[in-house]
Design a protein around this ligand. Structure first.
Ligand SMILES: *Cc1c(COP(=O)(O)O)cnc(C)c1O
Length: 389
């Protein structure tokens, strides 16, 4: 009774969200901090004073939100944890934000370069539909965000998964060689998941230069705010570059379901056409309100990203001192393993102590666990557990 095309579906399995017990959740790379108090105020105010808006369709194109995102990117340079703050409260709220020298975008990001959707997962699915054809392979790393292969199946896009180097870095040379030979598109996360390693902007520039100029090159920057290098500055050099970003990690907003792309306006138009053919109103009024308020209080999120980066580096030092092998991380998570402890048994023992981390049974990474960086208190609790592993 089900369609032929259902056979291609292999749904994504998210980190567990158990109801049986209250766990410390370090398994889905959510941000441990609440949104800015200004976001809470904006949502409460909007719903209280404009209840009629809950009964009306929202702006289908989220124009005010797009402007707010563009302003935020220009202010922080696209990497929150390195941005400079002046004034504001202790938690960063209300501070003036300026980009670090290394991150300053050499042009102004404008709202027509932004497409905004219901979480970057939805945005990614529209990107797959808009740009990747089913008559040629899409190039991606063997280990990367596991939703990409799911969409490959959904849209019948064949995949060419390129193995990582033995040090877990992307095999840039092979990816580029394959993209050129097959005259096709490329996608990866930078920094990558679940490896937490990033490429520099120069390395990505070099890859794009050597890949087909008429095929789309997608860089997913879900984690870049915690210490990577953003490729937004490359948008003035490449018309085929699409950068995907999300509110779920660095903007403490996984529950709001907001994601976006930054790209050439022609590509934004193409994705908008897909949106208008599937779901005209992907972002509800409340989410638009909260997203706008978040972008306008970016200082608060700079502080959150800095706190996460600090806790991450402390925890990596701790794990290494205990004999764990830990990859360097430019993200809000830690990818690690220890000789003599299987990934699964580490995951289980940590879970018994009331803390959830992520274990992937995927061949090649099954020895590892992925730990989302939480608050100082959460990491202290995890430290006590892992001390004895
Ligand atoms: C978390 C994540 C996403 C999805 O983010 P949402 O906006 O919550 O859908 C996309 N890409 C990568 C690499 C991620 O880790």
């Amino acid at each position: 009774m089900i369609s032929q095309r259902m056979k291609n579906l292999h749904p994504y399995v998210p980190g567990e969200q158990p109801k049986d017990r209250v766990y410390i959740k370090l398994n889905a790379n959510e941000n441990p901090y609440p949104p800015s108090p200004k976001v809470v105020d904006a949502v409460v105010h909007a719903v209280k004073n404009h209840p009629e808006k809950l009964g009306l369709y929202p702006d289908p194109d989220s124009n005010e939100l797009k402007s707010a995102i563009a302003d935020m990117l220009n202010k922080c340079g696209g990497v929150l944890c390195r941005a400079d703050l002046s004034g504001g409260k202790k938690n960063g709220s209300g501070a003036e934000v300026s980009p670090s020298k290394a991150d300053k975008i050499p042009f102004s990001v404008t709202p027509d370069m932004i497409y905004c959707g219901n979480g970057s997962d939805e945005v990614l699915s529209f990107v797959f539909y808009a740009f990747f054809d089913s008559d040629r392979d899409l190039i991606l790393p063997e280990h990367t965000y596991s939703f990409y292969p799911v969409y490959g199946g959904f849209y019948s896009i064949p995949l060419d998964k390129v193995p990582l180097n033995s040090d877990w870095t992307l095999n840039k040379e092979l990816m580029v060689a394959k993209a050129s030979e097959k005259k096709t598109c490329t996608i990866f996360a930078n920094p990558n998941a679940p490896t937490s390693l990033g490429l520099t902007r120069d390395e990505v520039r070099d890859m794009i230069k050597k890949s087909p100029a008429d095929k789309i090159f997608v860089v997913d920057e879900a984690y870049v705010d915690f210490g990577g290098e953003s490729c937004i500055p490359l948008l003035s050099e490449f018309e085929n570059l699409v950068i995907v970003r999300t509110f779920s990690k660095s903007l403490c907003g996984a529950g709001q379901r907001l994601g976006y792309i930054v790209a050439n306006p022609k590509l934004v138009e193409a994705v908008t056409t897909v949106k208008n053919s599937l779901n005209h109103f992907p972002i509800d009024f409340v989410a638009q309100t909260s997203g706008i308020a978040a972008c306008r209080d970016v200082g608060y999120y700079v502080k959150c990203a800095q706190n996460v980066a600090f806790e991450r580096d402390e925890f990596i030092d701790f794990l290494r001192s205990k004999g764990w092998f830990v990859l360097d991380s430019q993200t809000n998570f830690i990818f690690c393993r220890k000789d003599g402890v299987s990934g699964e048994s580490a995951y289980k023992k940590i879970k018994e102590s009331g803390i959830l981390v992520r274990h992937f049974a995927t061949p090649g990474i099954e020895d590892y666990i992925r730990i989302t960086v939480g608050t100082h208190e959460q990491m202290k609790a995890l430290r006590a557990v892992m001390n004895d592993l």
